[in-house]
Design a protein around this ligand. Structure first.
Ligand code: FDP
Length: 327
């Protein structure tokens, strides 16, 4: 079944549905195809390397960050259903229409996550989270800063050995679609994805342990030394969030990007990295916390807020909760 057929099938389960979310998801599929095509040809079209500018986080922008951001924005604009877009690459929200009723959406996205990996041909991805407007929303900052639990759909596209679109809505399980390059169509290859209850690997940048507090260091040691509940674990860290998360979704385990003594907020962004993948993790039977609080219950105080993140199998995340709420 293609992604479009799946979306239409879901729509048919809701007789009163007017098809807006279906249209939006179809345009997301279009953005995914366009970005996948651009990423796969980047070495030949001169799109590798830095663009010579920094984004709102003060990070170097890759040329592909900028192109992917524009392709995503174009696809959302073409849907005529997105009032506000918030991108990792743009300091301010982009307001696309002045329509605010229930049939319009706000979309948060990271156009190309893990972009420091592009030049070495390692997997990168696009992450998105979708919110439906509430009656009085007008795209003001306070309207945009909502808990991730209010997302009505979220997901990611992974540009790896194949391109995979992983998606869930508020009333579906997690579905994975693989892109058939020859005919340019996504097909459902991973139906109703479920994360194993406990994992065999843990994923963290251990070189940063010198910056962690004692509780975090002890926690990671428990995973490393096989003392955590469940099977002994091996280490796996790509350093590209989507790649590390996708493995965790399929095989179970835990991905951690903890806060640090000088940077308690951690590195990853709440609204367009942590929250969409927390939505996917929970709908697949996993969990995601910042050490204490569920990621989906957190309310940001600014658009580009960061959060510590522990995401993965239920048993593994519970181990983190026990260790870090004690401290
Ligand atoms: P990148 O810096 O390449 O953009 O969100 C940023 C991110 O990648 C994640 O994709 C990745 O998990 C993390 O940073 C890697 O950070 P470290 O290099 O500090 O491990």
């Amino acid at each position: 079944m293609s992604d479009t057929a799946w979306v239409l099938h879901q729509q048919s389960r809701h007789p009163g549905a007017r098809g807006e979310l279906s249209t939006l998801l179809t345009h997301l599929g279009l953005a995914a195809r366009m970005i996948a095509h651009t990423v796969s040809r980047a070495a030949m079209t001169g799109l590798l390397g830095e663009a010579g500018a920094t984004n709102v986080q003060g990070e170097e922008q890759a040329k592909l960050d900028i192109v992917a951001d524009e392709l995503f924005l174009d696809a959302m604009q073409a849907s005529h259903l997105v009032s506000t877009l918030v991108s990792e690459e743009r300091e301010e929200p982009a307001h696309l229409t002045e329509k605010w009723d229930r049939g319009y959406y706000t979309v948060f996205y990271d156009p190309l996550d893990g972009s420091s990996n592009i030049d070495v041909n390692v997997t990168v991805g696009t992450i998105f989270g979708i919110y439906r407007h509430r009656p009085n929303d007008r795209g003001r900052l306070e309207d945009l800063l909502r808990p991730g639990r209010e997302q009505i759909a979220a997901g990611y596209v992974m540009y790896g050995s194949s391109t995979i679109l992983v998606l869930a809505t508020e009333d579906t399980k997690v579905q994975g679609f693989t892109l058939n390059q020859e005919i340019g169509e996504f097909f459902l290859t991973h139906a109703d994805m479920q994360m194993p209850k406990v994992g065999k690997s843990y994923s963290v940048n251990g070189s940063r342990s010198q910056y962690w507090d004692d509780a975090t260091r002890d926690l990671v040691d428990r995973f490393r030394q096989g003392e955590a509940e469940g099977a002994p674990r091996t280490a796996r860290y790509v350093g590209s969030f989507i790649a590390d998360f996708h493995r965790t979704l399929l095989k179970g385990g835990i991905f951690m990007y903890p806060g640090e003594l000088q940077k308690p907020e951690g590195k990853l962004r709440l609204m367009y990295e942590a929250a969409p993948l927390a939505f996917i993790a929970e709908r697949a039977g996993g969990d995601a916390i910042d050490g204490r609080i569920s990621i989906l219950d957190k309310v940001a105080s600014k658009l580009h807020e960061r959060t510590p993140l522990f995401i993965g199998s239920k048993v593994d995340v519970e181990e983190v909760r026990r260790a870090l709420t004690r401290s």
